[in-house]
Design a protein around this ligand. Structure first.
Ligand SMILES: *[C@@H]1O[C@H](CO)[C@@H](O)[C@H](O)[C@H]1NC(C)=O
Ligand SMILES: *[C@@H]1O[C@H](CO)[C@@H](O)[C@H](O)[C@H]1NC(C)=O
Length: 356
């Protein structure tokens, strides 16, 4: 009897892992081969070799790019070097990148490890840059003031909070107010691998403000990744990487979110940028996620960019504007547009500049 019980348990255990293995492969993969979609006028950006994990273009054409992310389980070409924030002016004929100096007495640039970024512009047109950083693999939000004349970022504040343990990305709704994604639950690397493998969906979205409210506003994600907001501030978009979905939430005056709809994308959706003029979404995607988590330069992860129009309508229009199997870019995470130009960033590889 005892033997039968053990065998049953073993059988159940094996079935459990078999189930999870196939579901794991499905979550990490897409159901199709990458069909190449080329753009004629693209070139790699000089000076970006260690990733352009996140980027944001201001309405005046200045782009901030975070580079040099070191993240457990993900490739880095310069694991011992701190990350940087780069600036690019898309109004220039042949734009180049420039490293922004970072100043401020309480800021330790040597442990800066930038991930998602977001900007906030106040009534006086002062631009603030909020950056998720992982000093020593912890999570902080670093608040900077952008000083355009000096081409520098003045560090104002480091934000840490118990509701912000495993940050990935954020979208600013005020100078120190933001929605942020925690991409996983466990801090420990080993437990985190199991969480991802089993698809426990313990990742969430948090609203943070410095004085009054901090709260979980959405949860149960299979790796919540990019987050952004509609230009009118009414809707929040969340990319759920391993479920291949973009979720739309209605944002309320009390900062809570109500789920409105989800869009299935058949690709691992990473970063969302929103065109400030049209409200369209541009999404950096991984058509084969497995290759992102186990990087092989001989068989690199591909890249894919989706353009989503009228996401609130009954029939949103989804167009693949760029796709390739890694010949040019390994593992795109983000794409953003400005006046007929597009920037595409990657987790740890290069970045692309295209003209339509
Ligand atoms: C991922 O999907 C592709 C296309 O269907 C397939 O050829 C490949 O074997 C899959 N890979 C894994 C690890 O499931
Ligand atoms: C927040 O506002 C929404 C919409 O008005 C309401 O349904 C919800 O109950 C409010 N939640 C809290 C916690 O006040």
């Amino acid at each position: 009897m005892a033997k039968l019980f053990v065998l049953t348990l073993l059988g159940l255990g094996l079935a459990f892992f078999k189930d999870h293995r196939s579901s794991y492969l499905a979550r990490m993969n897409t159901s199709r081969e990458v069909k190449s979609v080329e753009l004629p006028n693209c070139k790699l950006i000089k000076g970006i070799e260690t990733g352009a994990e996140d980027l944001e273009i201001l309405p005046n054409g200045l782009a901030f790019i975070s580079t040099g992310l070191c993240y457990p389980g993900i490739k880095s070409f310069e694991p011992d070097k701190p990350g940087k924030i780069l600036l690019m002016d898309l109004n220039e004929e042949d734009p180049t990148v420039l490293e922004l100096k970072m100043t401020g007495s309480n800021f330790d640039a040597s442990s800066f490890n930038p991930h998602g970024i977001s900007t906030f512009t106040d009534e006086d047109n002062t631009v603030y840059l909020l950056v998720v950083s992982h000093p020593d693999f912890k999570s902080t939000v670093e608040l900077f003031k952008f000083q355009e004349e000096e081409k520098s970022l003045l560090h104002l504040k480091t934000i840490k909070h118990e509701l912000l343990p495993n940050l990935n990305d954020l979208v600013a709704v005020g100078r120190e107010h933001f929605y942020a994604t925690n991409d996983h639950y466990f801090v420990h690397q080993y437990l985190r691998s199991w969480e991802l493998y089993l698809g426990l969906a313990w990742s969430n979205v948090v609203y943070y403000s410095p004085d009054d409210v901090q709260m979980v506003v959405a949860s149960g994600f299979d790796f919540a990744n990019g987050i952004n907001m509609s230009p009118d501030g009414k809707y929040i978009y969340v990319a759920e990487l391993l479920a291949h979905k973009i979720h739309v939430y209605e944002k309320h005056a009390n900062w809570t979110l109500t789920p409105l709809k989800s869009l299935d994308c058949d690709t691992l959706v990473d970063n969302i940028s929103v065109d400030p003029v049209t409200g369209d979404l541009w999404v950096g995607c991984h058509p084969n996620g497995m290759k992102i988590f186990s990087y092989d330069p001989e068989n690199p992860p591909g890249s894919e960019v989706l353009h989503i129009q009228n996401i609130l309508s009954e029939e949103p229009k989804v167009t693949v504007v760029y796709a390739e199997d890694g010949k040019v870019l390994h593992g795109s995470t983000v794409a953003s547009v400005y006046k007929g130009k597009m920037l595409v960033g990657t987790v740890f590889h290069k970045a692309l500049y295209c003209e339509f």
